[in-house]
Each structure stands twice: as C-alpha cells, then as structure tokens.
Design a protein around this ligand. Structure first.
Ligand SMILES: Nc1nc2c(ncn2[C@@H]2O[C@H](COP(=O)(O)OP(=O)(O)OP(=O)(O)O)[C@@H](O)[C@H]2O)c(=O)[nH]1
Ligand SMILES: [Mg+2]
Length: 261
C-alpha cells in the first residue's frame, strides 16, 4: 500500500519574489540586498543582472540570492520582463521590484506588497508625489530625499498629465520603478513589456486591460553609488518617445485580461 503523502505546508503558503534589475551597480547591490532581507524577510530575492561589466553579478551570487544574468545589456524593460517571467514560471503569488541603486527603500516596497497581498490592487506603484493622507510615510528611513533634476521634473509633469488623460485615472508618478504585483500582472507583463524604459507604457497597458493599478505614497532616496543613465539629452528623447508610445497605446487592441481572471 502506498504511504499517504504528508501535507506539504510550503505549497499552501503564499510566495513572494522581490527582483532587482541591475546594470553596473556594484557600489550599491550588497546594501540593497541586505535591506530587502531585513524588511521583506519571507521573500525570495532575484537580481536581474542586465549584462553588467562590473562585479554586480558576482556580488549578488556571493550574497546568496538568485541571479539571472542576461548575456548583454538589453535595457531596463528587458530586465524587468525577465523578473516578471521568472516570478510567473516559478509559481510565485506576488512579486515586487526595486532599483539596485539604493533609491528605493525596501521598507516602502513592503507597504506596496501589503496592498496587493490584501487584494486591494493588482499593481501597486510607489509614488513620490501622491498626496499623503497620513503621517509622512517612511519618515524613519535614513537617507537624503530624492531630488529630481529640472529635466526630470518637466518629464514627470508631462507624463503625469498625458497618462492621466489617456487612462482617465489619476497618476502622479508614472516613471516610478518601485512596484508590487500579483499573478494577473505577471502574466500580462511577461508577455508584453518593451525592452527599454517602459514604465509609462506598462501602466497604460495595465489600466487598459482592466487591472487595478493603485499609487501608494512613498519616499525615494538619492542614489547610493554608480551613475544615472538619464542625461538631459536622453531625458528629452525619453519625453518625446513617451508621448508617441502613449498615443499609439490608446489605439492598441485590448487583450481583455479580466476574462482571464
Ligand atoms: N539605465 C539603465 N538601468 C538599467 C538597465 N538595466 C537595468 N537597469 C537598472 O534599472 C534601475 C533604474 O536605473 P536608473 O539609471 O537608476 O534610472 P532612474 O532611477 O530612473 O534614474 P535616476 O533617478 O537618475 O537614478 C537601476 O537599478 C539599474 O541598475 C539599463 O539598461 N539601463
Ligand atoms: Mg535610479
């Protein structure tokens, strides 16, 4: 007679993956991984090394976290899509991502995860500019507040206005790369995500597919090392490209994610 199999407790527990897109972030990756462990202790951690030429991947492996190394630099969108696909295929219930440069406090990411875990949103988005109805969140977090450059400020305001208009949902921080998601979002984004900076496009897509996207007020900090990719010229190009992408996105056929629920 076959022995009765013992109940597998782990299969009943909800599993969370926190992934960190990283491109040449050796100066900050150790600190970010350590902070995620402290503030989101139950989550598995995946560093998506986007073809780094420094020791980012070695450091991630030495820290004992999962590490997916893309063979060459493919852009932030590809790194994020890799994370969503990993989470989907490995059967995680929830996932979250944050930048590898130390700007996104993991304590704030934990608050985003709480929103999707409580099923108040499919996609929770950390916003530096959302109105704060309670006491300043993250006030206890050490570090200097993020200050956008003037080109960034222009871009943020342009996209805030256009995306709000295009989706008929109020957005304040469309370029935020601090997000938490459930499996509906994993499925959508692992199939549809542009390779480069696709933060805005992905929000438009999620709203059009009927997913619940919610902004949560958070603090962002200044970079802890490395260099920003967005020079003023790149920012101008990014704004131009973003506008075209939103315009085209308004006419794309819907895939009706609601029907897949
Ligand atoms: N720029 C850039 N970042 C990438 C890429 N692939 C992965 N990343 C990671 O994506 C995250 C965001 O990149 P950042 O250059 O910091 O972009 P940002 O936070 O919008 O810009 P800053 O506010 O100036 O830091 C970081 O963790 C990067 O390491 C890539 O191809 N280009
Ligand atoms: Mg950054």
């Amino acid at each position: 007679m076959r022995a009765k199999s013992a109940p597998v407790e782990q299969s009943l527990a909800l599993r969370t993956l926190v992934f960190i897109p990283a491109w040449n972030e050796e100066a900050s990756i150790d600190g970010v991984v350590a902070d995620v462990r402290t503030h989101i202790p139950d989550a598995d951690i995946l560093v998506v090394d986007d073809g780094s030429t420094d020791s980012t991947a070695e450091r991630a492996r030495a820290a004992g976290v999962l590490c997916a190394s893309l063979p060459f630099n493919q852009g932030l969108g590809s790194a994020l899509q890799t994370g969503y696909l990993w989470a989907l295929r490995e059967g995680y219930d929830f996932c979250a991502h944050l930048d590898a440069d130390g700007q996104h406090p993991p304590a704030e990411v934990a608050r985003l995860l709480a929103e999707v875990q409580a099923n108040r949103a499919d996609l929770a988005l950390g916003s530096r500019y959302a109105e704060r109805t309670e006491a300043l969140p993250g006030a206890e977090i050490e570090g200097e507040d993020y200050k956008p450059t003037w080109t960034r400020t222009i871009g943020i305001n342009v996209f805030r206005f256009i995306l709000t208009l295009a989706t008929r949902q109020r957005f304040t921080d469309t370029t935020s790369g601090m997000r938490a998601a459930n499996r509906r979002v994993m499925k959508l984004f692992s199939e549809n995500y542009s390779p480069d900076f696709a933060e805005i496009e992905s929000l438009q897509l999620a709203v059009r597919e009927g997913l619940r996207v919610e902004e949560v007020p958070v603090r962002f900090l200044e970079r802890q090392g490395g260099a920003s990719f967005l020079t003023p010229l790149r920012s101008a190009f990014f704004i131009f490209k973003g506008l075209i992408v939103i315009l085209v996105g308004m006419f794309k056929p819907r895939r009706h994610a609601e029907a897949e629920r």
